[in-house]
Write a protein that binds this ligand. Structure first.
Ligand SMILES: NC(=O)C1=CN([C@@H]2O[C@H](COP(=O)(O)OP(=O)(O)OC[C@H]3O[C@@H](n4cnc5c(N)ncnc54)[C@H](O)[C@@H]3O)[C@@H](O)[C@H]2O)C=CC1
Ligand SMILES: O=C(CO)COP(=O)(O)O
Length: 331
């Protein structure tokens, strides 16, 4: 048995399972909470999670559980549930872990809260950090080189505790204390990835995709400024880095959702009975509402939201292209 700190991971979808595998790569114990009893059983019996991360043979030092009380006693807990259920899952943890590292990417519908606000309300005694960046789960589970932003609200002191627990030779966190910026980058890029998938599905070409990435990034910067995120954070791994990854690959569930919409499938059909999460579909409506209320110009986010609500992709794109010409920056 290793004498390294045991780390908790809440959520055994693709990303929670991949993070558990990465953390266990130095033979430390990881306790992984799963929502479905069948997933707990399979991880403990066969070291596999065939529902959510079929590519990986998991480390035997990963112990799965369905009891959140097993996690509550640990000092370091990574939270990797879908964004819309983070609050309800954390509310069931009996005590506040010392450090909660948030890895979900989204904005809570209804309350319009970022994940750090959701977590702080549920676990007021925990110090919050955000781990976000360009990270396809199957690549991290395979040990491929990956870099992330680790935003620590507790500043350098929290970073000094967390970075040795989380960094591995092929997994490099970079420090910031801009928790809001780290969260905004991850939430918005999912919506923009749907837009880039739409461009692919509609066969609008690679120029259009590059234009969407650049103009989408301008929307991210405008939103970030109003929310007091730092532009330098959004230019890093958790913003531009993740935008480039997810806007360029069908490995992204959000990109694939957009592509299917562009090819003519209906959003309601694509979302029905979906087991894996495409967070951008939940973030788009709340982000469009926030942008509208605060007077932030976010035409691409608004367009994605309209298409998810059933509008014709071709008509929405025609509307985007017909907008008045303007300066590239500053309006
Ligand atoms: N998959 C990836 O490559 C990455 C995902 N993320 C983020 O991580 C978060 C989780 O995504 P994935 O691990 O990919 O999930 P997933 O799409 O692989 O699986 C869905 C997860 O939701 C859980 N779930 C469903 N209903 C639930 C409920 N009522 N209560 C609690 N859990 C429930 C399932 O047990 C499963 O763990 C998302 O916010 C996503 O944006 C972030 C970086 C990379
Ligand atoms: O966030 C991700 C990679 O950084 C995963 O993207 P998707 O959720 O679109 O698959």
């Amino acid at each position: 048995m290793s004498d390294l700190e045991t780390i908790g991971v809440v959520g055994a979808g693709a990303w929670g399972t991949a993070l558990a595998q990465m953390l266990a790569s130095d033979s430390r114990s990881v306790i992984l909470w799963a929502f479905e009893p069948s997933v707990v059983k399979e991880i403990n019996a066969a070291h596999r999670n065939s529902d959510y991360l079929p590519s990986a043979e998991l480390s035997p030092t990963i112990h799965a559980t369905g009891e959140l009380s097993e996690i509550a006693e640990l000092d370091t807990v990574l939270c990797v549930t879908p964004a819309q259920v983070l609050g309800s899952v954390l509310a069931q943890i009996p005590t506040s872990p010392r450090d909660l590292v948030l890895c979900s990417k989204g904005i809570e519908a209804g309350t319009r809260r970022l994940m750090n606000d959701v977590a702080r309300a549920a676990c007021p005694d925990s110090a919050i950090a955000v781990l976000s960046g360009p990270t396809f789960a199957h690549e991290v589970a395979a040990g491929l080189p990956t870099a992330v932003t680790l935003a620590c609200e507790g500043g350098r002191g929290q970073w000094d505790r967390l970075s040795p627990a989380i960094a591995r030779p092929a997994f490099r966190p970079y420090y910031t204390d801009d928790v809001t910026g780290a969260e905004i980058g991850g939430a918005i890029k999912n919506v923009l990835a749907i837009a880039c998938g739409l461009v692919d599905g509609l066969e609008l070409g690679q120029n259009a995709r590059a234009a969407l990435i650049a103009r989408g990034y301008a929307e991210m910067l405008r939103f970030g400024e109003v929310m007091s995120a730092r532009a330098e954070t959004l230019s890093g791994l958790c913003g531009l880095g993740d935008l480039v990854l997810t806007c360029s690959s069908t490995s992204s569930r959000n990109f694939s959702l957009g592509k299917a919409l562009g090819e003519g499938q209906k959003a309601a059909d694509l979302m029905a009975d979906r087991r894996t999460v495409a967070e951008g579909a939940y973030t788009a409506p709340v982000l469009a509402e926030l942008a509208n209320d605060r007077g932030i110009a976010m035409p691409i986010v608004t367009a994605v939201n309209a298409i998810l609500a059933g509008d014709s992709p071709r008509e929405v794109v025609a509307g985007l292209l017909a907008r008045p010409l303007k300066a590239e920056r500053g309006e």
